[in-house]
Structures are given as structure tokens and as C-alpha cells.
Design a protein around this ligand. Structure first.
Ligand code: PLP
Length: 390
């Protein structure tokens, strides 16, 4: 056996010098016993807080019964999950996978196949946006409108074009006889917490109708109650053809989903797409219990209320702060746009006991659990303001 001192992991992550060992509600503890208030929720994954009771109970029950069975069989938890997701959205059908990138892969494949095999248009190009983030697989990093994720990975798959976010003319100018779909985040997450303007979204929907394009909404970060609705598209009064989910869906168990309108079923006939683990009994159990909790505890409404409080109070307390340009967001997805890189302040907040994220170099991103108490929310805001007002 080789003797090794250093980590045996590929150095793909610039990790914080902290090791977390336990979580409960909005608090996590490191291996030194130090407690942190969590305003990142594992990047919008632990929307119910850490180790939520209903999810734990449902998982323990499933652990005793059956862990995995192939998608060649019926899986009751998966059927139940699909019912919950489609009853609470404008979509009719679900496909399950294991991550956000895979959900977007499914969406891209479905859009192409619908255009090519059902409508016989031969269209394949997907219009996405500058500063978007759609994942790290070859197709989804190509869909992503940020050069930094593409470096060194060429050649990239063809069939993507990039418009300017909130600029409808830039979208219009990219549409041609190859265009199959438009793919959009309603609030850009990794790209800096940028909400789409209502007028822009309305015009995108009109464009899609007129040109025969599918509208794919990437709700991987914004979905599952995060922005104050089940799905962020609901804020805009529009109906996407396809919605992708992952992060918050399983409360930490890996599961992704692609939801679509019923008329798309024909494009995804038996054998056209698949995933070994997608929607397996354990992951689906976690997701069913997550959605049950979302409904019982009315967490989207709670996120809307607490998010408004967070936004208003931060705006007030940071109004005269010379480091801060603006505070923006929807529900409990909030970004503090600063004038300079925020990495040192993120570190200072962690050292003061609060976990926050950045989104790009100059935005501090806040994604507290939707279950956070008013006291903890206040405590977090106090740390943010004391670090930024120093
Ligand atoms: C995180 C994220 C993804 C990628 O999800 P993974 O599970 O990391 O593959 C895609 N789109 C958006 C908007 C995301 O926030």
C-alpha cells in the first residue's frame, strides 16, 4: 500500500478551512465544536434546515424496506413524488435523475428530440444567457453563459447561443431556423442573484409562442419554495414548457427532476432517455417528505415573508454603507452587490459564526433555510451588518 499524507481528492474545490460534522435546523457544528448559523443551506439544498424530522423519519422507514430497484419496475415513492410536483405546478409529467446538471441535460435532450422527432423541424439550438449557470457536464457547461467554466474543455458541443439577460432584443436577434428552445433562470443564482424583469419574461413567452420554441426554466436553485413560491416562474404569471429542479428537492439526498407539459411525452418514449439511480426509492422518499413539509409548514409563504424582512432591513441598515451598491433578491434568495471583491467579508462573517456564500466576485449571497426562526434571521443580519459596517 502507498503511504500518503496529503488528501487523495482531486483539488476541484477551494475549500474553506473548516470541517462540518453535525447539523440541526439552521445551525451546523464543526469538528472543534464551534456552532455556525447557516445562511447558505448547502447552496439552497437544506431548505428545511439540517436533519429535518419528517424527512429523517420517512428515510428511516424506507431504509428498512428497500434501498434501490431499477427503473424497469414501478417505484411508488417516485409516482407519489411526480404527483406532488405536477399537482403543485403547471407541468404534467416528471423525469427523475440525480443532480441539476442531469436535469438540464434531460431538458436539452427533450427539447431537441421534440423539435426533431415530433415536430420534424430539425431545430436544435438552445438560447441561454450571459452570467447564467446550468451545470458542469459538457452540454450544461456549454449552456452556461460564463467563460470560466469552459476553459480547457474544448471542443464543446454545438447548439448553444448566448443572449443578454433582461434584454429582449438580444434574444430576438439570436432566433433563427435552428432555434429549438430558450433556457432561463428566473433569478440567476451563481451569476450574482439577478432577478428577471417581468416585462422581459412576458416578452420571452410571447417570442416562444410565436416562433414555436420551448421555454425551459432552470429552477434548480430557485425552486422548492426558495423565492417565496413553490417555483419562481409563478411570480411572473407564465407557464414554462419545461422546468428543472434539484438542489432543495431532496433536502440533501441527491435527486434532480425535469418536469414538462403532457404534449412533450411523445418525444420521450420508452428507451429514449434514462438513469440508473434517478428517482430511486430512498432519494424519492426524501423528496416526498420534503414536499410534504413544504406544504404542511407553508414554507413558500414563510420564505416570502421572511425574505421581505431580510431585504428591507438589509437595505435600511446598509443604505449608507460605502462598500454596498444594492441589495436585491426574491424570497430567501438575497444578494448584496458590493463595489469590490467580497471574499474577505465572507471569511470575516464565518469567523463571526455566520455561513454565507458569494455569487461571482462582488456579490454576497444569502440562502438561509426557509424554516429559520425570526431570532436566527435577526442574529444573521446583525453579523452581516456589523462586518460590512466596520
Ligand atoms: C446548482 C445549479 C445547477 C447544477 O446543479 P448540480 O446539481 O450541481 O449539477 C444548475 N443550474 C442552476 C441554476 C444551479 O443553481
Amino acid at each position: 500500500m502507498k503511504t500518503k499524507q496529503e488528501s487523495a481528492l482531486f483539488p476541484t474545490y477551494a475549500r474553506f478551512p473548516v470541517t462540518m460534522v453535525k447539523g440541526e435546523g439552521s445551525t451546523v457544528w464543526d469538528d472543534q465544536g464551534r456552532a455556525y448559523l447557516d445562511f447558505m443551506s448547502g447552496i439552497a439544498v437544506c431548505n428545511l434546515g439540517h436533519v429535518p424530522e419528517r424527512v429523517k423519519t420517512r428515510l428511516l422507514t424506507q431504509l428498512d424496506q428497500l434501498w434501490h430497484v431499477s427503473n424497469l419496475f414501478h417505484i411508488p415513492n417516485q409516482e407519489c413524488l411526480a404527483q406532488l410536483l405536477t399537482q403543485n405546478s403547471c407541468l404534467d409529467l416528471a423525469f427523475f435523475c440525480n443532480s441539476g446538471a442531469e436535469a438540464n441535460e434531460a431538458a436539452i435532450k427533450l427539447a431537441r428530440r421534440w423539435q426533431q422527432s415530433v415536430r420534424n423541424t430539425g431545430r436544435y439550438e438552445i438560447i441561454t444567457f450571459q452570467q447564467s449557470f446550468h451545470g458542469r457536464t459538457l452540454a450544461t457547461l456549454t449552456a452556461t453563459g460564463q467563460d470560466k467554466v469552459k476553459e480547457g474543455f474544448h471542443p464543446l458541443p454545438p447548439g448553444f447561443a448566448y443572449a443578454t439577460y433582461n434584454d429582449i432584443e438580444s434574444v430576438r436577434s439570436l432566433i433563427n431556423e435552428r432555434t429549438a428552445a430558450i433556457m432561463l433562470e428566473m433569478v440567476q443564482g451563481e451569476g450574482g442573484v439577478n432577478p428577471a424583469e417581468p416585462q422581459f419574461v412576458t416578452e420571452i413567452v410571447e417570442l416562444c409562442k410565436r416562433e414555436g420554441l420551448l421555454l425551459i426554466v432552470d429552477e434548480i436553485q430557485t425552486g422548492i419554495g426558495r423565492t417565496g413560491k413553490w417555483f419562481a416562474y409563478e411570480h411572473y404569471g407564465v407557464e414554462p414548457d419545461i422546468v428543472t429542479l434539484a438542489k432543495g428537492l431532496g433536502s440533501g439526498l441527491p435527486i434532480g427532476a425535469m418536469l414538462g407539459k403532457r404534449y412533450l411525452a411523445e418525444a420521450f418514449a420508452a428507451g429514449s432517455h434514462g438513469s440508473t439511480f434517478g428517482g430511486n426509492p430512498l432519494a424519492a422518499a426524501a423528496a416526498v417528505a420534503t414536499l410534504d413539509t413544504l406544504m404542511i409548514e407553508q414554507l413558500p409563504e414563510r420564505a416570502a415573508e421572511l425574505g421581505e424582512q431580510l431585504l428591507q432591513e438589509l437595505r435600511l441598515r446598509l443604505a449608507n454603507n460605502e462598500k454596498v451598491i444594492t441589495v436585491r433578491g426574491k424570497g430567501l434568495m438575497v444578494g448584496i452587490q458590493c463595489k469590490q471583491p467580497v471574499a474577505d467579508w465572507v471569511t470575516a462573517m464565518r469567523e463571526a459564526g455566520l455561513l454565507v456564500l458569494s455569487a461571482g466576485p462582488e456579490v454576497i449571497r444569502l440562502l438561509p433555510p426557509l424554516t429559520i426562526s425570526a431570532t436566527d434571521l435577526q442574529r444573521g443580519m446583525d453579523i452581516i451588518c456589523s462586518v460590512l459596517n466596520q
